[in-house]
Design a protein. Structure first.
Lengths: 164, 164
DNA sequence: GGGCATTTAATTGCGCACAACTTAATCGTG
DNA sequence: CACGATTAAGTTGTGCGCAATTAAATGCCC
């Protein structure tokens, strides 16, 4: 039942397979658990979790093109276009072609979208409570996650071992 | 532009909002970055990332009911049923009603599904390389994620502040 | 200025995640 | 044994994530 401590360099393939499963899986599980808590908290606001992320960006920037929104959230137009269409149907955002560059579409908060910020003010507090994390733990976790994301992004593009 | 250091107990709502965004978002981003790397690695095997997770469980347990599979992966039949149907169509698993309990469906590896394990052997190694993480870092991250998941699961169910 | 590559959104198609519901088998209690 | 409650899978519908494609505007270079 107990696993003998093994030096990293001597790990057997089975251990790697297990370790791997646990890391990618625990990340997946945590992400979905987070989503579940957000979902219950956001139900009253009529927002999904990804929609909430978009609103968070807009509450900081007020108006910005879809392109920039996608860069900030790591999402492409295939995801954002229908999502923004739903937010527009809900009356929270307005979309219009940029006058300077007619290819670009500017997303802007409506008054209703701006007001929603007040109603959403409690969400982060409740989330922080739900995690039970201290600021140190949260910071530590974020640092690890950002390091991981950076490494994985790099590997996906310029690591030859992945693209054989 | 620079943020003055503030004691956690005195954080203003805006800071909480930002911190919150960064934590849930970095988790989301890392999870999707992970998925992207797996996707490229698994393309040759004809597996999606969730399908790979199912196969990982099956490679350990050989045969088990859908119910148990769902518990291990935190997925319900709404997700697993069509996924398993696709794995069965690909010839990797076999499904049949349990004789003991006709409500239950047993999922079992086919010979092809068993053989696929050999082909998948390199995946965890490449993933480990892509993360660039030491075993310590990976362990530390997993510990934080599991603690987080546990806290979030608890909050979703028995925390009154979430269900008002 | 004309023609071609690039950029930006939108659309289409597929698979996953989840809620709500349906169906069928089993359990429990009288 | 009967009958209501519970349990396990499957189905349906909605939304997200992403690849691939399309359409339109812009930039560039001769």
């Amino acid at each position: 039942m107990t696993k003998p401590p093994t030096a990293p360099s001597e790990r057997a393939p089975q251990d790697l397979l297990r370790l791997d499963r646990q890391l990618c899986f625990s990340l997946n599980a945590a992400s979905r658990a987070f989503g579940a808590v957000y979902r219950t908290l956001l139900k009253d606001l009529g927002l999904t979790y990804p929609q909430y992320l978009v609103m968070l960006v807009l509450w900081e920037h007020t108006e910005l093109p879809v392109k920039r929104l996608g860069e900030l959230l790591r999402l492409d137009s295939g995801t954002l276009s229908p999502l923004l269409k739903r937010l527009e149907a809900a009356g929270l955002v307005h979309r219009e072609r940029s006058a300077q560059d007619e290819r670009s579409v500017l997303v802007r908060l409506t008054p209703a979208g701006t007001v929603l910020r007040e109603e959403a003010a409690l969400v982060p507090v409740r989330i922080a409570t739900a995690t039970g994390f201290t600021a140190q733990e949260a910071g530590e976790l974020r640092a690890l996650l950002e390091k991981l994301t950076l490494a994985l992004d790099g590997a996906a593009f310029d690591d030859g071992s992945l693209c054989d």
